[in-house]
Design a protein. Structure first.
Length: 139
């Protein structure tokens, strides 16, 4: 049986070689990080992943735009809050994404995966929106 990490690596190859200039790869990085976060995951990783999902899904940012915000948030160094991962991390997983046919079907499944993971972190939404507003000026 193929591990989630192996499937993610295959998906990363797919997104990194994708012709769409929006940089779809950023979305899978954020979805995977948020879905696999534990209490031991660095706070910056979880916060950045959730901000990325928020910007993509609620503000319609491309992966390239999310990447720029991540770079902006990374300097200067800040202390990010430790968020408690939810019990359920979303109904869609990387295996479901990889089961979709490459192309439009898989690309849509990536967006659905992002939405599923973002919804699972419902308890952190207000805090993430607040951080995006305070730290990056996103309203």
């Amino acid at each position: 049986m193929t591990s989630d990490q192996d499937l993610y690596n295959e998906l990363a190859y797919y997104t990194l070689s994708h012709p769409d200039p929006s940089f779809l790869h950023q979305n899978i990085v954020d979805a995977y990080t948020a879905q696999h976060a534990t209490e031991h995951t660095k706070p910056i990783a979880v916060v950045f992943a959730l901000i990325g999902l928020y910007l993509h899904l609620e503000k319609n940012f491309t992966g390239k735009q999310v990447q720029r915000i991540h770079m902006q948030l990374g300097t200067p160094r800040r202390k990010w809050p430790q968020l408690t991962p939810p019990r359920e991390r979303g109904a869609i997983t990387v295996s479901a994404v990889m089961a979709a046919s490459p192309g439009k079907e898989r690309d849509e499944m990536i967006r659905n995966w992002c939405a599923s993971v973002w919804e699972a972190w419902q308890a952190s939404h207000d805090q993430i929106r607040g951080l995006a507003k305070e730290e990056a000026g996103i309203h």
